[in-house]
Design a protein around this ligand. Structure first.
Ligand code: HEM
Ligand code: HEM
Length: 126
């Protein structure tokens, strides 16, 4: 876990692909009941992970222990939440969705802390 931007972007790209295939499956089958699961997997796994990776790249964060922990919650959290929402919608069992949501919230809280401790230093030419 030494290259956090790369880990974030590669995971994000793979999850994007999985989310899009899931979307395509919904479109082809005409069964949109997994819309919420597809939406959260795509937005958390593709968009949020890419944003985390972009921040770490811009801030030069590659080894920070707190950031590694953040990524360790964010990647599985988005996948578990996506799958968990699908299971919750299909069977009513919400445990996995709750576990994934908790991981996503922990990762968001850690990320907020990191933005305070490792702020971006944008060079605006001034
Ligand atoms: C090939 C790519 C994709 C396909 C085929 C696809 C397909 C779909 C389908 C069929 C729905 C259900 C629409 C409905 O019943 O109203 C849906 C909903 C949704 N998709 Fe995708 N999707 C794709 C990519 C993405 C990506 C990349 C994102 C996010 C970055 C995304 C975010 C969403 C969201 C947020 C919803 C829920 C919208 C709502 O609340 O009405 N999708 N998608
Ligand atoms: C732990 C974090 C989150 C929880 C617990 C959560 C929970 C929920 C719930 C309960 C709904 C209503 C779903 C339904 O009516 O079936 C929803 C909808 C939605 N959420 Fe989230 N959400 C979270 C994070 C996010 C994030 C980070 C994004 C975007 C980046 C997002 C985007 C959406 C969108 C676009 C919808 C409407 C589409 C849909 O019905 O699924 N959510 N969310």
């Amino acid at each position: 876990m030494n290259n956090l931007p790369r880990i974030c972007w590669t995971s994000s790209a793979l999850i994007a692909l999985a989310g899009m295939l899931w979307g395509l499956q919904m479109a082809i089958s005409g069964d949109h009941s997994n819309l919420a699961a597809h939406a959260h997997l795509s937005l958390l796994g593709w968009v949020s992970l890419a944003l985390y990776g972009t921040y770490y790249h811009l801030a030069g964060v590659t080894r920070l222990r707190l950031a590694r922990l953040q990524v360790l919650f964010a990647i599985p959290g988005s996948i578990i939440m996506g799958i968990g929402i699908a299971i919750a919608h299909q069977t009513g069992a919400e445990e996995l969705a709750k576990a994934g949501s908790l991981m996503v919230i922990i990762s968001a809280a850690l990320f907020a802390a990191i933005t305070l401790t490792s702020p971006l230093r944008i060079n605006n030419g001034g």
